[in-house]
Design a protein around this ligand. Structure first.
Ligand code: ADP
Length: 468
C-alpha cells in the first residue's frame, strides 16, 4: 500500500486510520501487506531500521536521493521514505493552510521511491494506492515502467478517500515531475490543461474503490464529482464502494484508556462520569448534566459543514443544549468557533487543535455527535459515536447515509441550516424520553463496523484482479 499517511505515525484524518488498521485486518484473510509512507519531520527514526542507504531518483535531469527505513515495532512492514529536503518539514502537505509549492516534486519522488521499495525490499503483486499523493504509482506503472520486468503482471488498486483533494498542478509540473508527455491527455493525467495526480489513479488503476457505496455513486454525479464525474462514469465498471471499518481496539468505551470511566451497552453508568468530567474540562456548568451535550470533532472546513454549523450554532444552543467542539482547519472557521465561545459562554466551548485523547473524551462524554457534512466519503466519527452511545445527527450523504439509520441516529437531507436545526430539534425531543433514548444508544452500540467485513471485500477484489 502506498499512502501519504498511516496511523499512528502520520495522521491528519481518516486516511491514516485506514492505513493503520486495514493491513492488520487483511492478515486474517491471508493477505500480506507492506505500507510505504514519507518520513515526515514529526516521525522519529529512533529504533527504525535503515533498510537502504541511498537510492537515486531521477525526475528528468533532477536527482533526488532517498533512504528507506523500516519503522520499529509495527504489526506490518512500514517503510519510510526519507529525503529530508522534501519531507522533513513541519507539515505533511503545507503550513498555515498554504500548500508547499513543490508538492508535485515531493509526491513524484515518493511514487518512484515506493516502486523502489517494491523492487528492492518487498515483492509486490498488487499496488494498492491511496489518494492523489499515491496517484502517480499506477500512472508510472503504465508509462515509464510498463516494460520493466520487475513489475510485469502487477495490478493496481486506487482508493479515493476524498475526491476534493486532487493534487492539481500547472502543466509545467509534468516535466518537473519527470512524467512522460504521452500521459498528458484527458484519459490520462490531464485535467483541463493542468496536471492531476488523482487522475493517475482514476485513469490508470486496474480497479478503483472509494470508502462507501453511496459515495461511489455520488462521485459519478456533477454535484459531487469535482469535474471528475465524467472520468469516473467512464470507469464505473471497475469502481466500487467498500465501507471503512473502525478500529474497536482503539475506540471502545469498555477499554478506552483516554476516558475517565469505562462503560458498555450493558452498564451505561460510566458515561455520566465521562460527561461530567468533559463539562468540567470545558468549563461548562453542571446544569448541562440534564440537557443534551452536543459534540463536534472535525476538520473545520466546508466539506465538514463548518459553514452550516456557523450559521446554525446560535439557534442550536437556543434549544437549551450545550456544545463542545474540537477541531482545526480554515482560519475563518477557527475564528468563528472562537467567537461563538465568547458570545455564548457557558453554552459553547471550543478547543482549536488536534488532540486525539480529547477526541476520545468528547466521544464518550457527549450525548449527541454532529456531522452536518456537505459530502462525506465514509466518515469515522459517526461510527465511533455509535459505539460510544453518542447519538449521531448527520447529513444523509456518503458514508454517513450508509452507516446511520433511523433508530440509531438522526439524518437530514437538504444542505441547509434549517434542515440541520430540524434534525437537532428531533434529537433533543427524543432525548427527553430517557428510556427510549437509552434504547437508541444501545442499538447504536450493538452495531458492528469492524474491519473484518471491509478486509474481506478488499481481499476478494485483490483475488479477482490476480485471477485475471
Ligand atoms: P476526515 O478523514 O475527512 O478528516 P474522518 O471522519 O474519516 O474524516 O476521520 C477523522 C479522524 O480524525 C477521526 O479519527 C477523528 O477522531 C480525527 N480527528 C479529526 N479532527 C481531529 C482533532 N482536531 N483532534 C483529534 N482528532 C481529530
Amino acid at each position: 500500500m502506498v499512502s501519504s499517511e498511516a496511523a499512528p505515525l502520520a495522521k491528519t484524518g481518516g486516511l491514516a486510520d485506514v492505513l493503520g488498521a486495514l493491513p492488520i485486518a487483511l492478515r486474517e484473510t491471508g493477505d500480506e501487506v507492506g505500507v510505504v509512507i514519507p518520513r515526515y519531520g514529526s516521525i522519529d527514526l529512533k529504533g527504525a531500521r535503515r533498510m537502504y542507504d541511498q537510492i537515486p531518483i531521477y525526475l528528468g535531469p533532477a536527482r533526488h536521493v532517498v533512504a528507506i527505513y523500516q519503522a520499529a515495532s509495527t504489526a506490518f512492514p512500514l517503510y519510510l521514505v526519507d529525503c529530508p529536503p522534501l519531507y522533513d518539514r513541519k507539515g505533511f502537505y503545507g503550513e498555515s493552510g498554504v500548500d508547499y509549492p513543490d508538492n508535485h516534486i515531493r509526491f513524484a519522488v515518493f511514487a518512484r521511491a515506493a516502486l523502489a521499495v517494491a523492487r528492492l525490499l518487498y515483492r509486490t503483486e498488487i499496488f494498492h494506492c491511496h489518494d492523489w499523493q499515491a496517484g502517480l504509482v499506477p500512472a508510472l506503472l503504465r508509462s515509464s515502467f510498463s516494460t520493466d520486468p520487475t513489475f510485469l503482471g502487477a495490478k493496481t488498486v486506487f482508493t479515493i478517500h476524498n475526491l476534493g483533494y486532487q493534487g492539481l498542478f500547472p502543466r509545467s509540473a509534468l516535466a518537473e515531475a519527470g512524467l512522460e508527455p504521452a500521459v498528458f491527455r484527458p484519459d490520462g493525467l490531464e485535467f483541463f490543461g493542468r496536471v492531476s495526480y488523482i487522475k493517475g489513479g482514476i485513469s490508470f488503476a486496474d480497479a478503483l474503490t472509494t470508502v462507501s457505496p453511496t459515495y461511489a455513486r455520488e462521485i459519478q454525479t456533477p454535484e459531487y464529482g469535482f469535474g471528475l464525474d465524467g472520468d469516473l462514469r467512464d470507469r464505473a465498471s471497475v469502481l466500487s464502494g467498500i465501507l471503512n471499518g473502525v478500529d474497536y481496539a482503539e475506540w471502545s468505551p469498555q477499554t478506552d484508556p483516554h476516558i475517565p470511566a469505562a462503560y458498555s451497552a450493558e452498564d451505561l453508568g460510566g458515561k455520566a462520569t465521562c460527561k461530567r468530567r468533559l463539562l468540567e474540562e470545558f468549563g461548562l456548568p453542571a446544569e448541562a448534566m440534564d440537557r443534551p451535550l452536543l459534540g463536534v470533532v472535525s476538520r473545520f472546513t466546508r466539506q465538514k459543514g463548518a459553514d452550516l454549523l456557523a450559521e446554525a450554532a446560535a439557534r442550536i444552543v437556543a434549544e437549551d443544549v450545550y456544545l463542545v467542539a474540537l477541531g482545526t482547519g480554515d482560519p475563518e472557521f477557527e475564528d468563528f468557533f472562537r467567537q461563538m465561545q465568547q458570545e455564548h459562554p457557558g453554552r459553547i466551548a471550543v478547543r482549536i487543535g488536534f488532540d486525539n485523547p480529547l477526541a476520545h473524551r468528547i466521544e464518550a462524554g457527549a450525548d449527541m455527535f454532529l456531522m452536518p457534512s456537505h459530502y462525506e466519503p465514509c466518515g469515522l466519527n459517526q461510527i465511533y459515536s455509535l459505539h460510544y452511545g453518542t447519538v449521531p445527527v448527520v447529513r444523509a450523504t456518503g458514508g454517513l447515509d450508509d452507516t446511520i439509520e433511523e433508530g440509531t441516529g438522526f439524518k437530514f437531507a437538504e444542505y441547509s441550516a434549517e434542515a440541520l436545526l430540524a434534525a437537532v430539534r428531533s434529537a433533543v425531543q427524543a432525548f427527553a424520553d430517557r428510556e427510549a433514548w437509552q434504547r437508541m444508544m444501545r442499538r447504536g452500540m450493538s452495531k458492528d463496523f469492524s474491519w473484518k467485513t471491509s478486509a474481506a471485500a478488499y481481499s476478494a477484489l485483490y483475488r479477482r484482479l490476480l485471477a485475471r
